[in-house]
Design a protein around this ligand. Structure first.
Ligand code: HPA
Length: 244
């Protein structure tokens, strides 16, 4: 039976909260995914889980085999994707710990394998609505219901800039992203979202702001890790509620 798949990275290399039923080692025509696909229950909800960078966080954002990751999830029976990103906040209101449900993206990556098109099989997908409205709404409703009074905001809508990484951006680069209309910046949303679309899988995403983007208030890698750890539980509760 099909089920939604969670794909997550930094801070989520292991999903200890998953009640594991089976681990699926899946080979794809595009190579091996970053980790076995895990099938199990998250707070009673049936899900698939894939660690985007591998369980030891061994694949940097520009080296993740996105095609194998997404195809493995499709082959495991995924009916859609819930993607978790950690991001830098570009918008002034996005204090660390804020959650953003992006509605659009701009892809600044280069040289990544970004399509399943092959010679004789050219795939063009419509990206007018890159993130699925129904699942965005479910995440939003779950997030609002669970919002604690002292918790950083959950923001409905945002434009996700996907940079090549693995280095962070320069302040001038972030200024440019802001002029382009981007509100958060990360390194892994693309080509993941486009590949999901090519496979016919609806995708929605929840982005955890772990730092102000460069030039917007100081970045400490230590502080980023702490915010990621603190936001993790909140995101898992939201995902579990959205999946009920
Ligand atoms: N830039 C790009 N990716 C990120 C950032 C950032 O500031 N923070 C977390 N992932």
């Amino acid at each position: 039976m099909g089920r939604m798949a969670i794909i997550a990275g930094t801070g989520f290399d292991q999903l200890d909260e998953l009640l594991l039923e089976e681990e699926l080692t899946i080979a794809t025509p595009w190579g091996a995914p970053a980790a076995p696909v895990q099938r199990g229950q998250l707070a009673g909800a049936p899900v698939l889980f894939l660690s985007r960078h591998g369980h030891q966080h061994q694949y940097a954002p520009h080296l993740v085999n996105y095609r194998a990751n997404l195809k493995a999830l499709a082959d495991a029976g995924a009916t859609g994707i819930l993607a978790v990103y950690t991001v830098g906040g570009i918008d002034a209101g996005l204090v660390p710990g804020s959650l953003v449900l992006p509605h659009d993206f701009i892809d600044y990556t280069c040289g990544r394998e970004s399509s399943y098109s092959t010679e004789g099989n050219v795939i063009h997908v419509d990206m007018t609505d890159p993130f699925d409205a129904v699942w965005r709404q479910r995440l939003l409703a779950a997030g609002r219901t669970l919002q604690g009074a002292d918790e950083p905001p959950l923001v409905d809508g945002g434009v996700y800039a996907c940079t090549q990484g693995p280095r962070l951006e320069s302040p001038a680069e972030v200024d440019r992203l802001e002029r382009d209309g981007c509100t958060v910046v990360g390194m892994t949303g693309m080509p993941e979202a486009a590949l999901a679309r090519e496979l016919g899988l609806p995708i929605a995403a929840i982005a955890l702001v772990v730092n102000p983007a460069a030039g917007r208030g100081g970045i400490s890698l230590d502080a980023m890790a702490k915010v990621a750890a603190a936001g993790r539980e909140r995101i898992i509760r939201i995902l579990a509620a959205a999946l009920q």
